[in-house]
Ligand binder design. Structure first.
Ligand code: SOE
Length: 391
């Protein structure tokens, strides 16, 4: 089992983003004993009540004001996707560590530039928050596959489904074309699924064939902000706007060593609130995991009874056991994954930034956006597309 501990000597942090995920970052940082020095929101007026609620001492006027705070050594970028590139770039240029929400940026050109910049600053942490990997049983699947428990991987399938954008009155900045790949469900939650799948099976996706659907070609945009998961139903005043980003995507996959796969993503599946499903089938066994019951792992076999592994550190491989801070039967979930990602980042920093990066890096974030570009092209051209690899 992991050990509940703070990260001694950790840098002080600031968070950009006052929507749904920014406060989740603040909470996770504090569980690690990391001081959050300030918050930057869409405006100081909107950020102030949130900062007061979270007990954050400072609200920044703007991004320059944040970068002017010499007490801040690490910045968490949890702003809308279109702002990630400039913010992550300037944070790295300022000599600070950066943890960026996914997707890393809105186009492969941006993620390539960020990855190159991060590579030129090896002493600075540069992480992308693909937190789903950090459910302990996701690491367990990876460890057992690497150990050969299910033989050669044959297929990797699953889905990521939500319902918070089901109605045309539901609105959020995510539904607007971002000027990059212009994908929404795929960039927002599909990249979580693809990052998890590649992490678990240990091989990259090489080719994709995709079908996208925009079921609501118009949505009611409320006057004023509408936060994630808030829905737009009941908004006082709104106006109709055209929408081109996808509500749903179905994608066929070919992995690097002949494994096949498929997944779908939807933000219009009534009753599915935030459900990640992954199933990996091999030549001698299979795994299935569901984020709605994240502490259970289904293990399929032809040679004997199937099993249902209940997360218990005593039954896990060391890599997975290290991600659990509580004994078996004490459920760990979504917020704990943020704590584990940030623990990996800040422990790397505290250890001098020399060792392996046990967290999702900008290279991982760049790969995900290149997958998005291939998916968008495949849907346009209605054919298989090769994922462009970085040299
Ligand atoms: C909205 O789809 C969202 O907040 C994603 O942006 C997050 O990455 C995911 O963890 C929960 O849902």
């Amino acid at each position: 089992m992991g050990s509940l501990h703070v990260i001694r000597g950790a840098p002080k942090a600031a968070v950009i983003g006052g929507g749904f995920i920014g406060p989740v970052h603040v909470e996770a940082l504090r569980r690690l004993g990391i001081e959050v020095r300030g918050l930057l929101g869409s405006s100081a007026e909107r950020a102030k009540p949130l900062a007061d609620r979270l007990g954050i001492p400072r609200v920044y006027r703007d991004f320059d004001d944040l970068l002017g705070d010499s007490t801040v050594e690490a910045v968490h970028v949890a702003s809308p996707n279109a702002a990630h590139f400039e913010q992550a770039q300037r944070v790295l240029d300022s000599g600070r560590h950066v943890v960026c929400e996914k997707p890393l940026a809105v186009s492969p050109a941006e993620t390539a530039a960020l990855t190159e910049l991060a590579g030129s600053r090896p002493a600075q942490a540069s992480a992308v928050n693909y937190n789903v990997r950090f459910y302990p049983l996701c690491h367990e699947m990876r460890s057992r596959i690497r150990r050969g428990d299910i033989g050669r991987v044959l297929s990797v399938t699953g889905s990521y489904t939500q319902d918070w954008l089901l109605y045309p009155q539901d609105y959020n900045w995510r539904v607007e074309a971002d000027g990059g790949t212009n994908l929404r469900a795929v960039a927002d939650i599909g990249t979580h699924w693809m990052d998890l799948a590649q992490f678990v099976v240990g091989q990259p996706i090489r080719q994709v064939c995709a079908d996208l659907a925009t079921f609501h070609p118009e949505r009611q945009k409320p006057v004023g902000p509408s936060d994630t998961f808030s829905g737009g139903v009941g908004a006082k005043e709104s106006h109709c706007v055209p929408i081109s980003t996808e509500d749903h995507a179905a994608v066929l996959l070919r992995f690097s060593d002949q494994a096949r796969g498929s997944f779908h993503v939807s933000q219009v599946t009534a009753g599915r609130k935030n459900r990640v499903i992954l199933e990996v089938a091999g030549t001698d066994g299979s795994f299935a995991w569901n984020s709605e019951s994240p502490n259970q792992l289904w293990i399929g076999s032809r040679r004997g009874p199937n099993q249902l592994l209940e997360r218990d550190p005593a039954l896990l491989t060391p890599e997975a056991a290290a991600l659990g801070d509580y004994p078996g039967g004490h459920a760990e979930g979504f917020p704990d994954t943020f704590k584990q990602v940030f623990r990996a980042v800040y422990q790397w920093i505290a250890d001098g930034g020399a060792g392996p990066r046990a967290y999702p890096t900008f290279e991982d974030g760049d790969r995900e956006v290149r997958l998005c570009e291939a998916i968008a092209r495949s849907a346009r051209e209605q054919r298989w597309i090769e994922v462009i690899e970085r040299a």
